[in-house]
Design a protein around this ligand. Structure first.
Ligand SMILES: Nc1ncnc2c1ncn2[C@@H]1O[C@H](COP(=O)(O)OP(=O)(O)OP(=O)(O)O)[C@@H](O)[C@H]1O
Length: 611
């Protein structure tokens, strides 16, 4: 399920936007619809029980003052009447107590269900977004949205949503009751409601604006915190603690200022209501006193009225409190919607049945005829006007080993990212076994190609899980893969072998050790094409030799693209493609390129001189 909507900026909001935002959540209530209906039905007994309580108190006072009372207590003694009325009052209290707790529980439950579903949708959506999205979005910002915005939304449902409806029903019930009791006094109260409502709406709007800004500042604050924790080594090595602390302080200060504004507007609502409630009670006492003196109103009715006046402002105050939460909730929905409507730029092509699926051969044992890679006039730039790959064309035949060589920033890694479809070419086509990669489901493509990067990411969990990554491989298969890349003895030497628990991001392993696991991770998947992007550069010479001999095994009958700065490691490949600023400038075998005396030959000679 996804919420798709045009992006909303805070200053573009129209009045009805709040409700439009709210409606976006309706699909999420589908599962809890039954519970929601029960909550709404419970509102009726709750409102009725609440609104007759002042009347019962009024009747008791009338009974004591010998004024006209309800029929069923007029024929009994005062003591009996008081007993009956107390019993009735107790009953209403019990009804409210019972139903209010049941309703509270059910509403919380619905809130949690909806929140969980929104959170899941956000996770699924964010993990489907293309790399370019992550290039421009700070991690802390994403985490804030997924964690605290969803939480704010949860709070709306947990105590706000049905609560507001219940407050509204209470207000309506009280208004009906007071009009039935005395329309003149009732009109004073209702008249006072008008300026109160206007003031509340004004303060709420201000609150909403401040809240949006506060959330934005919180995102920035979290981004910075996340950056500093992730890069803690650099922060400490370059003594950036004080400098970064100052930057953090200034964002923190801005966040505090915005939160202050939200608190001010929130308190302003409560203070206004407090003040108006007192004015209302004074007005009722004054005018009601006059009516009692003129004998046009009973003491009992006046007492009931004073209680009503208090109660009318109570739900209004709660209404205002919840409105604050609602405003935070709307801000949260707005920001969540923004993220959910972030387009998934790289999608699998929808293929009609007639067209048929074009999938790669992934389960054959003979890899020698598969794994052809062709770039056809490919152009690509991370920014639209700045090409880092320019009109690139080359073909890698099945089983061929090709090295990409070139100075830093020449575009070698970008070629790999394009081939794995982490980014889309701006122009041109990339084909694998004659099929445009846009026509291949991403999962198939990425299963077909095994990539080992310079630095591998490890997840918290044990060694085995870091190799299987949740796929269904037996321990024997994992051991076999480890043996294939010569790292079985390394794993067996770990404290608990394959069950050794790795900490987050694998910090209890060295850079080279992490890399070894990455080799097993790819080997177990038996890919048709192997890509090594500076994969062995973090290994010491003897480990590299060990891995290299394993790699030679792994590379048999498989196409491979190898990126290496140490040119001595790629001497034996079938073909070397030399890139400079995104362009292919030389191509051929090691010997051919040396003979042409171009960029490759000068790079190679420089390295030979160095060593
Ligand atoms: N995520 C990104 N966003 C914007 N520009 C990028 C991004 N990644 C790389 N670039 C730019 O693209 C160009 C090519 O980068 P690429 O990583 O492909 O080079 P490379 O040849 O692999 O370099 P190296 O040998 O240093 O790894 C560089 O100029 C780099 O600044």
């Amino acid at each position: 399920m996804t919420i798709a909507s045009p992006k909303l900026k805070p200053n573009q909001k129209k009045q009805d936007n709040d409700w439009r935002l709210f409606l976006k959540l309706i699909p999420y209530t589908r599962k809890s619809r039954g519970t929601l209906v029960i909550c709404l039905i419970l509102l009726i007994p709750l409102a009725v029980a609440g609104s007759i309580q002042p009347l019962i108190v009024g009747q008791a006072i009338s009974l004591l003052k010998d004024e006209p009372v309800w029929g069923f207590i007029s024929g009994v003694s005062v003591a009996q009447g008081i007993n009956l009325l107390s019993g009735l009052l107790l009953l209403t209290v019990l009804i409210r107590l019972m139903f209010a707790s049941l309703q509270g529980y059910l509403v919380q439950k619905i809130g949690q269900e909806i929140t969980a579903e929104v959170r899941q949708d956000l996770f699924n959506h964010v993990t489907s977004l293309a790399s370019s999205f992550f290039d421009r979005t700070p991690v802390g910002k994403l985490i804030t949205r997924i964690a605290s915005d969803v939480e704010a939304l949860g709070n709306v449902f947990a105590s706000g949503a049905v609560g507001v409806v219940s407050d509204f029903v209470s207000i309506v019930a009280i208004v009906v009751m007071i009009y039935l009791t005395n329309w003149k006094l009732a009109s004073i109260l209702v008249f006072l409601l008008i300026p109160v409502t206007a003031l509340i709406i004004y303060f709420q709007q201000q609150y909403r604006k401040a809240n949006y800004k506060a959330r934005e500042e919180l995102s920035k604050l979290n981004s910075m915190l996340q950056e500093n924790i992730t890069g803690i080594n650099i922060v400490q090595l370059f003594q950036r603690e004080v400098y970064n602390g100052e930057m953090y302080r200034s964002i923190n200060e801005r966040y505090r200022t915005e939160v202050d504004k939200t608190i001010f507007h929130d308190s302003a609502v409560s203070a206004t209501l407090e003040w108006i409630a007192l004015v209302a009670i004074a007005a009722v006492l004054w005018l009601g006193g006059v009516f009692v003196l003129q004998d046009s109103m009973t003491y009992g009715a006046l007492s009931a009225f004073i209680l009503y006046a208090q109660r009318l402002f109570n739900p209004l105050r709660q209404f205002a409190d919840k409105f604050t939460m609602f405003q935070s909730g709307f801000t949260a929905i707005e920001r969540i919607t923004e993220l959910l409507s972030e387009p998934i730029e790289i999608r699998d092509k929808v293929i009609s049945v007639a067209e048929g699926h074009r999938t790669l051969v992934t389960d054959g044992t003979d890899n020698s005829k598969t794994g052809e890679i062709r770039f056809e006039n490919v152009w690509f730039g991370y920014k639209s006007d700045d090409y880092v790959i320019k009109n690139l064309s080359f073909t890698i035949a099945p089983g061929e080993k090709v090295a990409l060589v070139g100075p830093t920033g020449a575009g070698k890694s970008s070629i790999i990212r394009l081939l794995c479809r982490l980014y889309e070419p701006t122009k041109g086509r990339i084909l694998v076994d004659g099929i445009d990669i846009k026509d291949i489901p991403q999962a198939d493509l990425r299963r077909y190609i095994g990539v080992i990067l310079q630095e591998s990411f490890l997840f918290a969990g044990d060694v085995k899980r870091n190799i299987t990554l949740g796929d269904n491989y037996s321990l024997e298969e994992v051991q076999e893969a480890a043996k294939l890349v010569n790292i079985d003895s390394f794993i067996e030497d770990l404290p608990n072998g394959y069950d050794t628990v790795l900490r987050e991001r694998g910090t209890n392993l060295s850079g080279g050790q992490k890399q070894l696991l990455a080799f097993a991770r790819v080997a177990i998947r038996n890919p048709h094409v192997l890509i090594l992007d500076e994969a062995t550069s973090s290994l010491d010479v003897s480990t590299e030799a060990l891995i290299q001999s394993a790699l030679d095994q792994l590379l048999i009958n498989r196409s491979a693209i190898i990126i290496a700065h140490r040119l001595s490691t790629i001497r034996n490949v079938d073909k070397i493609l030399v890139l400079k600023r995104g362009e292919l400038i030389e191509s051929g075998s090691h010997d051919e390129l040396l003979a042409t005396k171009g960029l490759y030959s000068s790079l190679y000679k420089l390295q030979m001189l160095g060593s």
